[in-house]
Design a protein around this ligand. Structure first.
Ligand SMILES: [Zn+2]
Length: 419
């Protein structure tokens, strides 16, 4: 029989939600902030108290390893992130780390006869709220970015991620010291597919593709008073026009799209100076990345003449194509089997959001599991996952971890089940 649903996961989540708590019930734990430091310290303390050895790598990724197979050189990674958006939800990321900690610690305490060890991970700067790009720690771990690149990322105040993490004391030199064989992550859905269909668990098969396009609109600085209107080259006016056109175009496309223009930086950012340079962060998402590329190209062609007519230019600052990433099919099957054992309704689904599990999928079998988000809300204080769903997710993670750590036992069970 699978183990009983863990009792203390909810208490664990509540405890972390107090770190960086916002008035509206969310959390603010930006990477490298004092709150991030406090959450990291509590995670390390709790993991060590439960018998894990904790290592921190050069970009602050934290690895808490439970030696469930002391003679083995392999481990199963399971985790997510403790950083948050500026007014983020309390479950986004934290649920994945804490369900992993709760599950791995319980299996270790039971003394399971495992072939692999279990390593709970807190990936650095998943959100990309303070330092861009997002998925920073997991991408360094996978070799997509160098540690130097990640540590050199700067926030709006010019502080580097390296300095910020150093200041709170979470730059290390360690690694898990074991070969990872699988990565498992539990996350809140952040959409409403599960809630709308009354399904309790999502087994994620792949992600949507995304095009992240950062454009700088360039004009010229001048006094907002005396400068003749026809002589102004107003970059903010150009950006406003482009943003409006962007929404109109995306609305009119036939493909199933999710899109945003969510961040804007004006320079010199003075009420008395016509903006000389305005940077806008655009995103276009579709299951097929090629569609995102085509739609984005059409948008760029459509605005070129109008921006030019305003006397402004367009500079492509970054243009990142992230194709939809496929997750491990065996992991999807395993998730569905575990849900069947636990009596939970589960479905295969795609994710529209980015996750560390997607970065990890480039280098090892990676599995992503969703629990419902009430109203599909996230990246806000109203983000909510109900206690039963949190417990269900915790139970799925614990049982999946057990089967991943004990593959021979799992195979024997499968033979018995089918025989
Ligand atoms: Zn997250």
């Amino acid at each position: 029989m699978p183990d009983r649903i863990p009792d203390d996961l909810i208490a664990l989540i509540d405890r972390f939600a107090r770190i960086g708590a916002t008035p509206g019930g969310g959390v603010r734990r930006l990477t490298g902030s004092a709150e991030d430091g406090a959450a990291r310290a509590l995670f390390a303390d709790l993991a060590q108290a439960r018998g894990a050895r904790v290592a921190v790598d050069p970009v602050g990724n934290m690895f808490a390893t439970f030696l469930t197979a002391p003679d083995a050189t392999t481990t199963v990674l399971c985790g997510s992130h403790l950083d948050s958006q500026p007014t983020g939800g309390r479950f986004d990321g934290a649920l994945g780390v804490l369900a992993a900690l709760d599950g791995a610690a319980a299996l270790f305490a039971q003394g399971i006869d495992a072939e692999h060890n279990l390593t709970v991970v807190n990936w650095t700067n998943e959100e990309g709220a303070r330092f861009q790009p997002s998925l920073t720690g997991s991408s360094v771990f996978c070799g997509k970015y160098s540690a130097d690149f990640a540590l050199g990322l700067t926030d709006r105040a010019g502080v580097t991620m390296g300095d910020a993490l150093g200041q709170i004391g979470w730059l290390g030199t360690g690694t898990p010291g074991l070969t990872p064989v699988h990565h498992l992550e539990l996350h809140v859905e952040q959409g409403s597919v599960l809630e709308d269909s009354g399904v309790q668990i999502g087994a994620v098969t792949a992600s949507w593709g995304v095009r992240k396009l950062t454009l700088a609109f360039t004009g010229a600085p001048s006094h907002t008073g005396p400068t003749a209107m026809h002589k102004r080259r107003d970059a903010l006016r150009a950006a406003a026009l482009a943003i409006t056109r962007f929404h109109d175009r995306m609305q009119g496309e036939t493909a199933q799209l999710h899109w945003s223009a969510a961040r804007i930086v004006a320079e010199p950012d003075s009420p008395n100076v016509v903006a000389a340079r305005v940077t806008v962060w655009f995103e276009i998402r579709n299951p097929d990345q090629q569609i995102c590329t085509e739609v984005g190209d059409r948008f760029l062609r459509a605005i070129a003449a109008d921006i030019d007519a305003l006397g402004c230019g367009i500079e492509v600052v970054t243009d990142e194509a992230r194709p939809g990433t496929a997750l491990d099919p065996a992991g999807v099957r395993l998730t569905l089997e575990v849900c069947e054992t636990l009596g939970l309704r589960a479905t295969e689904m795609r994710t529209i959001t980015g996750h560390d599990a997607l970065a990890l999928a480039a280098v090892m079998p990676s599995t992503l599991v969703f629990v419902p988000s009430v109203g599909g809300l996230s990246h806000c204080e109203d983000e909510l996952t109900l206690p039963d769903d949190l417990r269900n997710g915790g139970a799925v993670i614990r049982e999946t971890l057990r089967r991943l750590a004990c593959p021979a036992e799992d195979a024997a069970r499968a033979r018995t089940d089918s025989g």
